[in-house]
Structure formats: C-alpha cells, structure tokens
Ligand binder design. Sequence first.
Ligand SMILES: NC(=O)c1ccc[n+]([C@@H]2O[C@H](COP(=O)([O-])OP(=O)(O)OC[C@H]3O[C@@H](n4cnc5c(N)ncnc54)[C@H](OP(=O)(O)O)[C@@H]3O)[C@@H](O)[C@H]2O)c1
Length: 259
Amino acid sequence: MELFSLAGKNAVVVGGAGGLGQAIAQGLAEAGAKVAIASRKEESLIRAAAEIKEACGKDVSWYTVDASNEESVQALVAATVKDMGQVDILVNSQGLNKKFPAQDFDMAVFQQMLSVNVAGVMMCCKHFGKQMMEHGYGKIINVSSVRGKIATRAPGNAAYCSTKGAVDMMTRQLASEFGPHGITVNAIAPTVTETPMMTAVIEQRGGDAYRKQQAEALPMRRMAVPRDCVGPAVFLASPASDFVTGNIIYPDGGLTAVG
Ligand SMILES: NC(=O)c1ccc[n+]([C@@H]2O[C@H](COP(=O)([O-])OP(=O)(O)OC[C@H]3O[C@@H](n4cnc5c(N)ncnc54)[C@H](OP(=O)(O)O)[C@@H]3O)[C@@H](O)[C@H]2O)c1
C-alpha cells in the first residue's frame, strides 16, 4: 500500500544493532527503504546486518558511531549522505539503562546516561535534521520509553526515567522547530521488552516469574517483543503519518492506559 511504502527512501537507524533497533531496521527495509545501521561496536553491526539479510533478504549498510560524541555524529551524517545521497528517515534507538537506588545513584553513570540517552539523541536530531532541512523533508523517530511518562514502583530508574522524560519533551520541541521545514519528529515508547538491554535485569528480578508477572500486568496479557515496535516505526516513517508530529506512540500492551 503506497501510504505505508518506504520505497525510494533512505533510513539511518542509530542503535540499529540493538534489540529494538535491529527489528526496526529490518521493518523499514521490508517496507522498501534503503537502510543503514550505526552504533559503536563493529562486530555487533556485522552480526545485525547478517541477521537482517538472513531474515528478509535485504542488505543493510553499517557505520560505527559514538552518538555521545558530536564529531562522530557529524562524521556519520557526512558518510551516510555521501553514500546514500540524502537521509530521509532517522531512528534514534541508542540508549543505556543502568540502575541504582536513587539515594546511592552513581553520578558518573547518571551523567553517562544523560550523555547517550539525551545529548546523543539531540546531536543526531540536530545534524540529520539540518541535512533534512536542505531537501525539505524528513521523518525523525526517537525511541523513548513508558518510563518517560510513568515511574516504576521498584527503585533504580532515577536516571532512566529522567532521560526518557527529556526525550519526550525534546521530541515535542523539535517537532515545533522542524515542522516548518517538512520534518516530522515523533517518539515510540515501548514497555519492558526482552533485548540485550533488559536480559540481565529480567534475570535479576526472577526470570520466568518476572516475565509472567510482567505479562499479567498488561491488558494484552503478554510481554512485549521487539517486533511490536515495527508497525509504529513504519507508520511514523511513511507518508501515512505526514500530519502526525510531536506525538508519542505507546506500543506497551496497554500499560499506560491502566497506569
Ligand atoms: N528493551 C526495553 O525494554 C526497552 C523499553 C523501552 C525503551 N527502550 C529503549 O529502546 C532503545 C533501544 O533499546 P534496546 O532494548 O534495543 O537496547 P540494546 O539492545 O542494548 O541496544 C542499544 C543500542 O544502543 C547502542 N548504543 C549505546 N550507546 C551508544 C553510543 N554512545 N553511540 C551509539 N550507539 C550506542 C548499542 O550499541 P553499541 O553498544 O555497539 O554502541 C546498541 O546497539 C533504547 O533507547 C531504550 O532505552 C527499551
């Protein structure tokens, strides 16, 4: 269906070798986009590109970037524009999630999370956004979290919730500033999904008992899987969402509906 087609579009997925980023990168490629993935570790990028090829037959290119370093982000923009012509779609799926009780929070880690989860997203939006302005079109999708909206009862999320709340407001402000240039800026805010980011946390909290408890707490009565973010991402990358901006979509099984 043309409304949801990404044919002829070029996409960069930062954090594209991660659990959610890889699923989104594959989904964008399946919808017709030419896709590049980017993050710090070359071996993860090579693995992810091979798995996407194996899963759907699409080639994705890859680039190393440290999204918390502005020069590195600028180099990524230059390299992807050189190779692809222009970048139409940016997905920010990079992120860190480290937990300490608030009263003992390691402030060096707090700063690191601000640097990757907030400044890193901003720098990608800033530099890819500037490039999108040159051709008057763009779709930016930030991967936020339900933790940008609701806190957890269990301790540990002071930094994570702070950074995702910041991503939500950054998304709205950039939607305001980039809208006149034909660029939409939206966010996807999932709930706990079993990816490399969450595996250790899930095991620490009881493994299968925790999985069962998570599933039972959601109206949809199952845990989220990475594929749950793909539909929202394709929608927000496609012409179907051309008048949708500054919004946050919650593929959360109903968690934020029930609180
Ligand atoms: N999984 C969940 O339950 C969940 C729920 C809600 C929201 N989210 C959000 O979804 C996004 C993706 O999470 P995920 O679950 O897919 O985690 P993941 O599997 O750990 O992936 C995170 C990705 O970010 C990259 N990354 C980290 N620091 C980076 C940096 N400085 N520069 C560039 N890339 C960097 C990592 O690659 P390198 O280490 O190679 O750089 C990795 O590819 C995050 O923003 C996360 O907060 C996740």
